[in-house]
Design a protein around this ligand. Structure first.
Ligand SMILES: [Zn+2]
Ligand SMILES: [Zn+2]
Length: 484
């Protein structure tokens, strides 16, 4: 197969340039992508070439110039495609070994962490050209047909909806609790909708609270299932500390996270990848990309995870102890504790000692300060590999933090070590689960009517981005001609 097309590329200075692309190859042999007549990318087998129907613009796209991946690139990762027979499908964007259906001994793919496969390319985010172009190469196993009753406009929301649903399920709201969504907009409104859908599905009883500066967004949140809305004035000083059990922070701003830390009493769930430094961490985006959690080190929590590991047949819990304090004796008996204060040296230890099929990472890391957290997230400047496994735990030693006077380190350390708050995060979610809930719940099936405020032809990508950045727009959609 061979196609030629023009596609818009996003540049570091936020401008656009159109380049000529040629894609040639086959599912079995692999593909060759040429850009402006020169070889651009060679791909192995396991990809299908499909036509893009439409593609949503999300905050990751709008902030793409801050992210640690090369530009220019054809971006766009929330797409509906048409197959050769005209069937509408959605695409899970992580091109891992598993998603491509190729044999490999990759421990990440084998352990159900294929969305974190270190060899993955990500459609429309890094490497693989995305859905603002008219054709995409998609990993074979990640093409999911859209159920008949579901509109294309709602289906195009599947990627952020799956991410929202993952956030809603991972915080496991308990009966009687209040879950606040801070800054509901593009993603936050979907989190509200997902929480409401989950509450209907499970017939559970927790309160959904929306917190926004904008009254119009509060009423949209209520339309999507929030019980109450509170308007935030300026930086939210007037709001009572601990007003919610859980706060899902979807503001995508450093000050939003600080507010979330103050308002939550049990957990803050972080949903944004804005690429900026926040609460003293430079690698906060990487924290979310790896779907990690930070909590105070406590015996009950550590024992629980040690037990879970054993019950699930995962063997001894691997703990990298990079804190300067001493690990308790019982922990050294029950878990595989490796002491090394330098994060990169600790990562090398796991890389060299991992058995085939085992993740070359620690399962949990114990630190005593913010600076160490950044080192855990990205021990080496040149690569994107953490010391801790995807969805792993970072525990902070409260005694050491208080001894060294680390509270000057700010609100994150204070919340985690003094108030026992947990900060969790998630990036993407399960498409199958999301499609099921969307088709089973009539109210959810109609969310696109509330959320998609603007539609542009693909030629007008630049205008679409300008509009998507404006305060009137919730979600903008880009449509390709002749493809629907
Ligand atoms: Zn997105
Ligand atoms: Zn893999």
């Amino acid at each position: 197969m061979r196609v030629n097309f023009k596609a818009p590329e996003y540049r570091r200075d936020t401008s656009w340039v159109w380049s000529d692309y040629e894609i040639e190859g086959s599912r079995e042999v692999g593909w060759q992508i040429c850009r402006d007549g020169e070889s651009y990318l060679k791909l192995g087998p396991g990809y299908r070439l499909l036509k893009t129907n439409c593609c949503g613009i999300c905050s990751t796209d709008l902030d793409r110039h801050y992210l640690p991946f090369p530009l220019p690139q054809v971006i766009g990762h929330e797409m509906v495609v048409s197959t050769e027979s005209g069937e509408r499908c959605v695409i899970e964007i992580n091109a891992s070994h598993a998603a491509r259906g190729i044999e490999s001994d990759c421990a990440f793919c084998r352990q159900g962490l294929s969305r974190h496969c270190p060899d993955r390319l990500v459609l429309g985010i890094h490497d693989l050209p995305g859905g603002f172009g008219p054709y995409v190469l998609v990993p074979e196993k990640s093409v999911l047909p859209i159920p008949d009753g579901l509109s294309t406009e709602t289906a195009v929301l599947i990627e952020p909806f799956a991410a929202a649903l993952n956030a809603a399920t991972s915080i496991t709201p308990r009966a009687g609790e209040t879950v606040a969504v801070l800054g509901p907009r593009r993603l936050g409104l979907l989190v509200v909708a997902a929480l409401a859908g989950l509450r209907r599905e499970q017939a559970s009883d927790f309160e959904i609270l929306a917190l926004s500066r904008h009254e119009s967004l509060l009423s949209l949140a209520q339309e999507l299932g929030a019980d109450r809305g509170i308007q935030v004035v300026e930086d939210g000083k007037e709001l009572r500390s601990g007003l919610a059990d859980v706060v899902v922070d979807t503001t995508g701003s450093p000050s939003g996270l600080e507010l979330a830390l103050r308002l939550a009493s049990r957990e803050v769930h972080l949903k944004s990848t804005h690429g900026l430094e926040a609460v003293g961490l430079s690698h906060l985006t990487e924290f979310v990309v790896d779907e990690l959690s930070i909590a105070g080190f406590d015996e009950r929590r550590a024992r629980q995870l040690v037990e879970t590991w054993k019950e699930e047949g995962r063997g001894l819990l691997k703990i990298a102890w990079i804190s300067h304090g001493d690990p308790p004796e019982w922990l050294c008996e029950k878990a595989d504790v490796y002491r090394e204060t330098r994060a990169l040296a600790a990562r090398k230890h796991y890389e060299e000692s991992a058995m085939p099929g085992q993740l070359p990472r620690a399962d949990a890391v114990v630190v005593d300060g913010l600076n160490q957290i950044d080192k855990v997230l990205r021990p080496a400047e040149g690569d994107q590999l953490a010391l801790v496994r995807p969805r792993g735990e970072i525990w902070m030693q409260p005694s050491v933090a208080s001894k060294t006077g680390s509270f000057s380190e700010g609100p994150l350390v204070e919340a985690v070590t003094m108030r026992g708050l947990r900060v969790s995060s998630s990036r993407c979610g399960d498409f199958q689960q999301a499609l099921q809930l969307l088709s089973a719940d009539k109210r959810l099936a109609g969310i696109s009517k509330v959320l998609i405020t603007d539609t542009f032809p693909a030629m007008k990508i630049q205008e679409a981005f300008t509009q998507a950045r404006s305060s009137q727009c919730i979600k903008a959609l880009v449509q390709h001609p002749d493809h629907s």
